[in-house]
Ligand binder design. Structure first.
Ligand SMILES: Cc1cc2nc3c(=O)[nH]c(=O)nc-3n(C[C@H](O)[C@H](O)[C@H](O)COP(=O)(O)OP(=O)(O)OC[C@H]3O[C@@H](n4cnc5c(N)ncnc54)[C@H](O)[C@@H]3O)c2cc1C
Ligand code: SF4
Length: 453
């Protein structure tokens, strides 16, 4: 049965505590930093989308130059603190660390990055100066990682930036989407404040493009516009029964979790999660941590093709989530609407899935899944859809922005088809990671500076 208040306050606290705790002592950080080989042409740096000079910031920790270390990180990635908590480092810097080649544990780069950046944020070190105002103004839509990174880079160059954000808080999916055991809302708020403390960045909250403001107004009132509005809700399954009570979208489910007390969020006894990306893993593990008795992830392909990392899969497994590979949802079954059901859409009781098998290899040797014609029925009382997100297609079309199924089309990484309008982050790439959005923001700022001056 879907219900809230399943656990005690202590249990909720334990289940949602930091999944990657920081170093307990300064000595522990120093010992780890001293393991680094400070490689020339460091592969860890090359594999970071923002190009953080990893050996340099680690070397600075070994000489107890924490301010310098934080400066090295933030000059490449102003969200270096948040990224140290949410980046899938096992496929980025830590995955590239040379220690892997020696079958030894890679340097805990994220933990060291967290060490320096958290001290910098706690001590409110202002590591960058803003140049005197140039009188130029830029509007940014969206206060997520792409928008904030663009804003900070522009502000350093003396541009006055106004960010229009539809929510009442900044941080984008860092604040509203990413699992609570990776980043807390309080941390996200501190990070936004730390970024904007450089000055010259005004965030106007509860201001939605298309409702409270139009693109034409922004184009008329600013020297350039940067669009960083991310992507929207989870993709529809397009199967019968999808509108039954108990079928929810993963993004809305996590949004509710991030904006309410854990105890207020209702979760089923038996939950099915469709998908195997980061969002699916976050939704499944959090459903379990909210007290669901049984959580099953369903994915139409095999483990080899799953979009989440091995590390994330292991988190789900350790949390006791079941996984069904090679199965695709076909129908959601529900009992009849009850008279006390305000929506009158019935309730979920079963999810029917068709099993798949690997077909013959194509020209590239890839074997795609093909339906077997056989079905399995899972008894469930909640279904969470996490099979990818849908870009804001209407927003793109209404504003005559060239797009591919809603994903904005850009030239030279960042320029849209409209003069003076640039874009980046998830609204262009269709949904990658925070660190990619931060790099897009930097690219956007560079292109805007070239355009303005
Ligand atoms: C559930 C989930 C879990 C994730 N987990 C991770 C993770 O662990 N690690 C990781 O690196 N990445 C993760 N990601 C991906 C990551 O969060 C995104 O790639 C990143 O936040 C994209 O940044 P962005 O600035 O492009 O967009 P967003 O973060 O989506 O920010 C867009 C901002 O624009 C605002 N906006 C939207 N429309 C309008 C409008 N019309 N007017 C004004 N403002 C508007 C939004 O409110 C939002 O604040 C996850 C994503 C999801 C959905
Ligand atoms: S690859 Fe590993 S050992 Fe080499 S510089 Fe990077 S973190 Fe240090």
């Amino acid at each position: 049965m879907i219900q809230n208040n399943r656990l005690t306050t202590e249990q909720y606290g334990q289940n949602f505590s930091d999944i990657h705790p920081p170093f307990e002592t300064e000595d522990a950080a120093l010992v780890e930093a001293n393991r680094c080989l400070f490689c020339y042409d460091a592969p860890c740096t090359k594999s970071c989308p923002t190009g953080i000079n990893v050996p340099k910031f680690i070397k600075q920790i070994t000489t107890e130059n924490i301010k310098g270390s934080a400066h090295t990180i933030f000059s490449s990635n102003i969200m270096g603190a948040g990224c140290s908590k949410v980046c899938p480092v096992e496929k980025l810097c830590e995955g590239a660390c040379v220690y892997n080649l020696m079958d030894e544990t890679p340097i805990h780069i994220a933990k060291l990055q967290r060490y320096s950046t958290e001290i910098a944020m706690e001590k409110k070190w202002q590591l960058f100066d803003r140049k005197p105002s140039t009188g130029k103004k830029v509007a940014i839509v969206g206060a997520g990682p792409a928008g904030l990174s663009c804003a900070h880079t522009l502000s350093r160059e003396g541009i006055d930036v106004t960010i229009y954000e539809k929510e009442s808080k900044g941080g984008g999916l860092m604040t509203y989407g990413i699992a609570a055991y990776k980043v807390t809302p309080a941390f996200c708020e501190d990070e936004v404040n730390y970024i904007t403390s450089i000055g010259g960045i005004d965030i106007k909250y509860n201001q939605e493009l298309g409702k409270d403001i139009t693109l034409e107004e922004l184009q008329a009132n600013y020297d350039a516009v940067y669009l960083a509005f991310g992507v929207g809700l989870a993709r529809q399954l397009e199967i019968p029964g999808e509108d039954l009570n108990g079928v929810v979208d993963a993004i809305s489910f996590i949004y509710e979790l991030r904006t309410n007390n854990y105890s207020a969020l209702a979760v089923g006894d038996k939950v099915a999660v469709i998908g195997m990306g980061m969002t699916a893993i976050d939704a499944a593990t959090q459903a379990k941590r909210l007290g669901a008795k049984e959580v099953t992830l369903i994915y139409r392909r095999t483990q080899e093709e799953m979009p989440c990392t091995e590390h994330e899969l292991n988190i789900a497994k350790l949390d006791g989530c079941n996984i069904i590979w090679l199965a695709t949802p076909k129908e959601v079954i529900g009992v009849d609407a009850r008279s006390d059901d305000p929506v009158g859409r019935g309730k979920v009781t079963q999810l029917i899935c068709e099993t798949m098998k690997l077909g013959d290899p194509d020209a590239s040797g890839r074997r795609s899944p093909v339906p077997t014609g056989e079905t399995i029925a899972l008894d469930v009382d909640m279904v969470i859809k996490a099979a990818g997100q849908m870009p804001f297609e209407d927003m793109a079309n209404i504003n005559h922005l060239e797009n591919r199924n809603g994903k904005l089309t850009v030239k030279e990484k960042t320029a849209t088809n409209l003069k003076g309008v640039f874009a980046g982050g998830d609204c262009v790439n269709g949904g990658k990671e925070v660190v990619d959005a931060v790099q897009s923001g930097k690219d956007g700022a560079k292109a805007i500076l070239n355009f303005i001056f």
